[in-house]
Write a protein of this length. Structure first.
Length: 457
């Protein structure tokens, strides 16, 4: 807090010398903490006095929204240094979210090499591996000897994203193998690269979806994976740090969608109030309109409710039990689909398993409901009338049916939506909630009509 107040006072007084001295005395994490508290305009002032190395280091770890704001407000020379310092994949992620007019201006600030690379990246489909890759890697020839490999790495390795894996290309740039660095460390320097190769490697296609990269990294212990085109020519690599960030972003997005909201696309603390409302209001309106069908269903059974008012006491219980079981099943299946454990071809196995799960869970909840009515009736906590035993059986069988149906609907909807090309995470929760609420009432009153006909009904 002390550093923040001093910084504010130095900026207001335009005391550049004191600001420079203060910033120079701070550690890297203290500078980051300070930048978080300052407005964008004042961040720019601090960046003006920061040592170039520290400024670049800070810029690389700042949130994307902050980077955008800084670049727009900085003098062109300073912005150019910061942009050209970013790895290609980070630069692409920053530029692609900006308006076209701003992008055109920023392209002028990039070096010829970075401009060419960026334009190449932006030509790939959105959410493709081509947007993630970087062209900075070590490539060698199979007819080299190990000593030549080490000499090449010493000369060119500083610009590489990683030297854990070395890629072997033919004369046309086609990937023919990848070799871990440790394989070179334990052989004679005069050994040929071809003698170390095993001709087994994993690679991503440049047009693969990002999820393919996530899945391949999950299944294989790799620091980086090569990216090739349709002819096998190596274009770049995707590194584990980018995939981890991507996986975290996708998981966050799915969790937000499962909750019945649009993905926020930025941290909760920084998103504006009106954008937050906009992200959440859409599905709430759809859910509200859907739940109106519940009122319609209750109106349809108004006669039964008027004859057996006791049935109304258990409506919240029935609806919530069905919705909860549906949400449980939906969440489990969505996650299993995300991990590749369940696909459309597994629908029958999933359905069969969830039917038995629903029956078991419904029987458990139904027994609890039955026992509750029995105990309340016997201890005189509530009088359910002379036909309390039939009411107990009604609740038991209604819960058995509603929970089974909720479990089945919750497990099948994500699979069906995925097959239709919709996003299961975005659509399952609202659909399950509405569907199970309305049909749960139909099941409940249908069971009640069968069991209580001739008594309460």
């Amino acid at each position: 807090m002390k550093n923040y107040k001093l910084t504010e006072s130095y900026i207001e007084a335009a005391d550049t010398a004191s600001l420079n001295a203060l910033v120079d005395s701070l550690k890297f994490d203290e500078i980051l903490s300070l930048l978080e508290k300052l407005s964008d305009d004042r961040k720019v002032v601090v960046f003006e006095v920061l040592d170039e190395y520290i400024a670049i280091k800070c810029f690389k770890v700042l949130p994307e929204k902050t980077r955008q704001a800084l670049i727009k407000k900085m003098p062109p020379a300073k912005a150019a240094k910061l942009l050209n310092s970013l790895p290609d994949d980070d630069l692409t992620a920053l530029i692609e979210t900006m308006p076209g007019r701003v992008v055109n201006e920023l392209l002028k600030l990039l070096s010829a090499e970075n401009r060419h690379t960026l334009l190449s990246h932006l030509g790939y489909p959105e959410h493709s591996v081509g947007r993630l890759m970087t062209p900075h890697y070590i490539a060698i020839k199979q007819n080299w000897i190990v000593a030549e490999v080490f000499a090449y790495i010493r000369q060119h390795g500083q610009n590489s994203e990683t030297v854990n894996v070395i890629y072997v290309l033919d004369d046309n740039g086609v990937l023919i193998d990848d070799v871990r660095m440790r394989e070179f460390l334990f052989v004679d320097p005069a050994t040929k690269v071809s003698d170390v190769m095993d001709h087994r490697y994993l690679a991503l296609s440049v047009n693969d979806d990002e999820t393919e990269a996530i899945n391949l990294f999950k299944k294989n212990n790799r620091f980086a994976l090569p990216v090739i085109d349709e002819n096998g020519i190596m274009l770049g690599i995707v590194t584990i740090d980018d995939v981890l960030r991507l996986a975290e972003a996708e998981d966050t997005e799915d969790i937000q969608k499962i909750g019945g909201s649009e993905a926020l696309d930025e941290p909760y603390n920084t998103i504006s109030f009106f954008r937050l409302i906009k992200k959440r209001a859409g599905w709430l309106i759809i859910l509200f309109l859907g739940e109106m069908l519940t009122a319609t269903a209750m109106g349809f059974f108004e006669g039964e409710i008027s004859k057996a008012v006791v049935l109304a006491l258990f409506i919240p219980l029935i609806i919530s039990s069905g919705g909860n079981s549906g949400s449980q099943a939906s969440s489990i299946i969505i996650r299993a689909m995300a991990l590749g454990e369940v696909t459309f071809v597994d629908w029958w196995r999933v359905m069969r398993r969830e039917i038995f799960s629903g029956l078991t869970l419904g029987a458990i909840l139904g027994s609890v409901g039955f026992l509750r009515i029995f105990l309340w009736q016997q201890t005189h906590l509530y009088n359910y009338g002379p036909h309390w035993l039939l009411v107990s059986f009604t609740i038991f069988f209604a819960l058995l049916g509603v929970v089974t149906w909720g479990t089945l609907a919750g497990s099948m909807l994500p699979i069906v939506l995925k097959k239709l090309g919709a996003d299961p995470a975005a659509s399952s929760a609202p659909f399950v909630a509405t569907l199970v609420d309305v049909t749960g009432l139909v099941i409940y009153f249908s069971v009640a009509y069968v069991i209580l006909k001739g008594t309460l009904l």
